[in-house]
Design a protein around this ligand. Structure first.
Ligand code: 13P
Ligand code: SF4
Length: 336
């Protein structure tokens, strides 16, 4: 790429965002992205909450734990993270020598936003004997204040790996935290954060749906509120939910998580029916507005111009990585 083309792309991105850089509508984006992948020795890692087309072109699709495991071991030169900001930051911390790209820098996360590092530092000072376990859905800076990270796939094993007499602060998701308190019997101090997607499921609408589909299994992500989890036949991370739908004898499922996962559920079990659990608002959709900022056009532009790139101060990489490495070690020992 010429220096002028790069400079122009960088200027457009900083001033207006990708949307104003026109993509020729006749372009075969799938073929172009495949070509760029080869040319640049790039790998596309996509979360289950990405739109179907992005999932279909990704080299690897997974939940937060699987994606960080992939980011740690890839031999690609460029990691294109089709997910949200904290996920791309985690990939950068695990592979600091690699270029990490995120199709839209505005793809944030309400959970990560709910725990600003300066406020959390003050909160932590009130509990000097506690160790901090943070859900990976938090900023890189919060990870520098964390002892062990976890994801929804390994949170139980992480908490159980900590000696019983060691007090714990759990951040930032109060719903996952409350679920873990119940599941492990550990009385943890919880930070008051939540995911905007998992917090708005409607108890009333789900109950009605369950009556209309008496044979359907109701499955939910642990970021949901307790009154929703109490109704669930199965609770698990996105990969856990996916596995459950594949292995269960049931043929109908009401799914309480971001509906992007239904694309994989349907691909793996084409004869089964998946009903997205309805949210508590006028709109019938429960897509994550952050995850869905990524589009095929932005993915193409980001690979073409290698922008926007995730960069982190060296001290953040060094200090923030410790809690992720601990998580990966404990997960490997637990066979996850
Ligand atoms: P998992 O990928 O761990 O299931 O978490 C879901 C999520 O909310 C990611 O943002
Ligand atoms: Fe964050 Fe929730 Fe979106 Fe996941 S689904 S990225 S936790 S806002």
């Amino acid at each position: 790429m010429s220096a002028t083309a790069y400079a122009n792309a960088e200027k457009t991105l900083t001033q207006k965002g990708w949307l104003d850089l026109e993509v020729d509508p006749t372009l075969d984006l799938v073929a172009e992205i495949q070509k760029l992948k080869k040319e640049k020795n790039a790998v596309i890692l996509a979360h289950y909450y990405q739109e179907s087309e992005i999932q279909d072109i990704a080299d690897f699709i997974g939940d937060s734990l699987q994606l960080s495991q992939q980011a740690a071991k890839t031999d690609a030169d460029v990691i294109v993270f089709a997910g949200v900001h904290f996920m791309a930051e985690t990939a950068k911390m695990l592979s600091p020598q690699k270029k990490v790209l995120l199709p839209d820098l505005n793809a944030g996360c309400s959970l990560a936003d709910s725990a600003p590092a300066p406020l959390f530092r003050k909160f932590k000072e009130k509990y000097p004997n506690h160790i901090v376990v943070s859900y990976v859905n938090c900023t890189a800076e919060l990870k520098t204040l964390t002892d062990i990270c976890c994801t929804s796939s390994n949170a139980v094993q992480i908490i159980e790996s900590i000696p019983k007499d060691q007090p714990i602060i759990f951040a930032p998701d109060k719903n996952l935290g409350a679920y873990l308190v119940k599941k492990t019997g550990r009385d943890m101090v919880l930070w008051n954060g939540a995911c905007m997607v998992h917090e708005i499921f409607s108890n009333e609408k789900i109950t009605k749906l369950m009556h209309r589909h008496p044979n359907a299994k109701f499955i939910a992500h642990p970021e949901c509120e307790a009154h929703i989890l109490d109704k669930a036949d199965y609770i698990g991370s996105t990969s856990g939910l996916l596995k459950y739908t594949e292995e269960s004898d049931a043929t109908e499922f009401i799914v309480a998580t971001e509906p992007g996962i239904i694309h994989q559920m349907q691909l793996r079990s084409p004869h089964k029916t998946f009903i997205p659990a309805p949210p508590n608002n006028a709109c019938a959709c429960n897509e994550c507005p952050h995850m869905r900022l990524n589009t095929m056009e932005k993915l193409y532009l980001c690979m073409k111009y290698e922008l926007p790139e995730i960069t982190l101060p060296e001290w953040v990489i060094k200090e923030g990585r410790v809690c992720i490495d601990r998580m990966l070690e404990i997960s490997a020992k637990a066979g996850l």
